[in-house]
Structure formats: C-alpha cells, structure tokens
Design a protein around this ligand. Structure first.
Ligand SMILES: [Fe+2]
Length: 110
C-alpha cells in the first residue's frame, strides 16, 4: 500500500516555518531558543517523510505564514503555539493510522 507522503512533508515543513517565524519575532531569549528548538524538531519530521518522497520539494503558503504572524501580534505566541500543538496531535493520529495500516514487517513502515 503506497501513501502520498507529500502532504506530511508539507505539513511538517509548514510547522517548521511557523516556529522559525515565531522565533524570529520573539524578544524573550529563553522563549526564542525554545521556539527555534521546536522549529528544528519540525524540520527533522519533514526530513523523515522526505525519505519516502525524495523528489518532492516542500511548499508553504506565504499568506499562511503572514496570517499566523498577524495572529502572533494580536493574540500572542501562546495562542499560535497551542494551535500548532493541536495540529501536531491530529497529525500524529494520522501517522498512527498509517503505521497500523502498514503493519509490522512492512518495509514502508521503517
Ligand atoms: Fe511534527
């Protein structure tokens, strides 16, 4: 069973870009480091899925990034991070469903 991994690559890369944007806007040093660390983690997630679609180049809407920058300014960093965390939980559920569909021993699972 083959899956379209490009959606996963794009989603993880999008989260990487949002956390990078939040880190760039952050004035508090500790919070800035934490946001950059989260950006780095999301990049590794994107790179993980990239193995399954090596020719895909991740795409991120600049409008989406600007919208979240706007939300960051007017609603705060906590609001945006909670949005991203909620999205990450939903994404993890999809990954679990795929792992279950592939089953143990399936080479696509690793
Ligand atoms: Fe992620």
């Amino acid at each position: 069973m083959a899956f379209d991994y490009t959606e996963f690559i794009d989603n993880e890369y999008k989260d990487h870009k949002v956390y990078s944007m939040l880190a760039g806007m952050e004035k508090n040093g500790n919070r800035k480091k934490l946001l950059q660390k989260l950006a780095d983690i999301e990049k590794t997630h994107s790179e993980f899925w990239q193995k399954y679609a090596p020719n895909h180049r991740p795409k991120v809407s600049n409008t989406y990034i600007r919208l979240l920058a706007f939300l960051r300014v007017f609603l705060g960093v906590t609001f945006v991070v909670k949005m991203l965390e909620k999205h990450e939980k939903t994404t993890m559920q999809k990954y679990i469903q795929i792992a279950e569909a592939l089953g143990p021993g399936n080479p696509e699972r690793n």
